[in-house]
Design a binder for this molecule. Structure first.
Ligand SMILES: [Ca+2]
Ligand SMILES: [Ca+2]
Length: 315
């Protein structure tokens, strides 16, 4: 199977380069996230344009050893993707990549790991780069996902190519999460659970895995994202903590506007959260509200305001 893929690839890329205007590597400079981060092995290391495969050189991403680890690149636009190259670690543990799936699409259900299966990695020799070619798959997100076992997912470089530059703008306009790349602050910060964990593109809801924001036990705690420009916001999605304390989000208000009076918490009330089940994402839709700031605000009690992800859309 692997040999067949490689033969196909050789023919395919030959034709491809000759006949079409191929994109450059779309992953270079993309926004990368992963299920968890092993020390000094951030997701961005796999899209830094450097194939160095010696782990200590800090050009490889790695998750902790965990069940079903994943990594994702957000290309920011939708492309017809035809090839993905993966550079494996070169100084040991070559087998950790075995069975990794390449998944492509525009949905973030199950963190994008339910998108179309483009290819499965059988194995990649130590430090080598292997290219997987397939019929074009339309998508904005490229996931590398190891299902079914506990593993460190390590990627020294991931490169993504499409046949030609044909972003689908309608799709982008309806689906772009405005909170990605924005700035987040909160009333206070509980230990290391900074405000930006709620806009890191990762819906992981296990508190200790570092992708949730939390305030201290504040009176009237709040969290705010600055979208940097004014949008007509129509939807906000909130992912609740998944390992307990499900009720802490109850009564949270979504407020949107351009004022920073009372830290933005006096802006227009868009919706109030009755409750969100453990670890789940709920979307609140409303008539368009113009604003640059989106606040999540719990008035009237002392609480830890905990947010595993906040997504903001202007349809
Ligand atoms: Ca790299
Ligand atoms: Ca998060």
């Amino acid at each position: 199977m692997a040999i067949r893929v490689i033969v196909f690839l050789t023919l395919f890329t030959g034709l491809c380069i000759a006949d079409t205007k191929e994109t450059g590597n779309l992953a270079f400079g993309a926004i990368a996230v992963q299920s968890t981060t092993y020390p000094q092995s951030g997701a961005q290391n796999a899209v830094d344009g450097n194939r160095n495969s010696i782990f200590s050189r800090q050009s490889c991403s790695a998750t902790n050893a965990e069940k079903d680890p994943w990594w994702r690149a957000d290309l920011l636009e939708v492309y017809k993707i035809t090839r993905v190259s993966i550079t494996n670690r070169g100084d040991g543990f070559a087998e950790r990549i075995n069975g990794a799936q390449i998944r492509i699409g525009s949905c973030l259900e199950n963190n994008g790991n339910n998108n179309d299966l483009a290819a499965t990695v059988e194995s990649i020799p130590l430090g080598e780069t292997q290219t997987f070619a397939f019929k074009p798959i339309t998508g904005r997100y490229v996931n590398i996902f190891i299902p079914g076992r506990t593993e460190h997912l390590t990627l020294c470089e991931v490169e993504v190519f499409a046949d030609n530059y044909t972003p689908s703008y309608t799709c982008v306009l309806t689906q772009r999460n405005l909170a990605i790349g924005a700035r987040a602050v909160q009333s206070t910060t509980y230990q290391l659970t900074v405000a930006k964990n709620a806009i890191d593109g990762n819906k992981n809801s296990i508190f200790n895995l570092g992708s949730c924001s939390a305030t201290n036990w504040d009176k009237d705690p709040w969290w705010r994202v600055d979208l940097l420009e004014v949008y007509e916001v129509t939807r906000v999605s909130i992912t609740n903590r998944g390992d307990g304390f499900v009720e802490r989000i109850n009564g949270a208000q979504i407020r949107i506007g351009n004022s920073l009076e009372n830290n933005g918490n006096n802006n227009e009330l868009a919706a109030t959260v009755a409750s969100i089940p453990l670890g789940e994402t709920r979307t609140f839709a409303f008539k368009p509200i113009k604003g640059r700031f989106v606040n999540i605000f719990i008035p009237g009690r002392n609480e830890h305001l905990t947010l595993c992800e906040v997504e903001v859309f202007a349809d």
